[in-house]
Design a protein around this ligand. Structure first.
Ligand code: APR
Length: 168
């Protein structure tokens, strides 16, 4: 049985098997949560990323966590919002699905997601949260190593949104 949880805080502080990074296709770091994770992990993270050959939108790649408490970082690239008719919802769903698959394949028990694509990439927060929860629920309906999936929201507004949407 996998529990789905929300919390408000900085994802780089979480002691979990993996934190998910809202990266860009270069995997060379950036601003937002990407910048925070690279700063907290230290320079070895970008060095490992250099060998990964980038990441396509909707795909996910896993590295070590280095100086983070998290043992791994799963880098995924969310879609930039262009109004909703450029396959953005499907691509965002793929980010969650591919990140969950990588974690389960590696036998991880706990992982935390930020609100992928809802910052710089301007994906509407409510629709993104609905996609995130639906995708995680569908994946975790089947048995896997995952015991805890955390939606780590930077703002209280986001955290309250997830709490509301997770109500049975
Ligand atoms: N912990 C948790 N969540 C965070 C943190 C943090 N330390 N910092 C920011 N966030 C939240 C933002 O508030 C937002 O809700 O992460 C969510 C995603 O926002 P962005 O980081 O802007 O990511 P995204 O919208 O997916 O844009 C990705 O931004 O930083 C660049 O290199 C990145 O090009 C990529 C783009």
């Amino acid at each position: 049985m996998t529990t789905l949880e929300t919390l408000q805080g900085d994802i780089t502080t979480l002691d979990v098997d993996a934190i998910v990074n809202a990266a860009n296709t270069s995997l060379m770091g950036g601003g937002g949560v990407d910048g925070a994770i690279h700063r907290a992990a230290g320079p070895d993270l970008v060095r490992e990323c250099m060998g990964l050959g980038g990441c396509k939108t909707g795909q996910a790649k896993m590295t070590k966590g280095y100086q983070l408490k998290a043992r791994h970082v799963i880098h995924t690239v969310g879609p930039v919002w262009h109004g909703g008719d450029a396959n953005e919802p499907v691509l965002l769903r793929s980010c969650y699905e591919n990140s969950l698959k990588l974690a389960a394949e590696a036998g991880l028990q706990s992982m935390a997601f930020p609100c992928i694509s809802t910052g710089v990439y301007r994906f509407p927060a409510d629709e993104a949260a609905r996609i995130a929860i639906a995708t995680v629920r569908e994946f975790t309906a089947n048995p896997s190593s995952l015991q805890r999936v955390i939606f780590c929201c930077f703002s209280t507004e986001d955290q309250e949104r997830y709490e509301r949407l997770l109500q049975p």
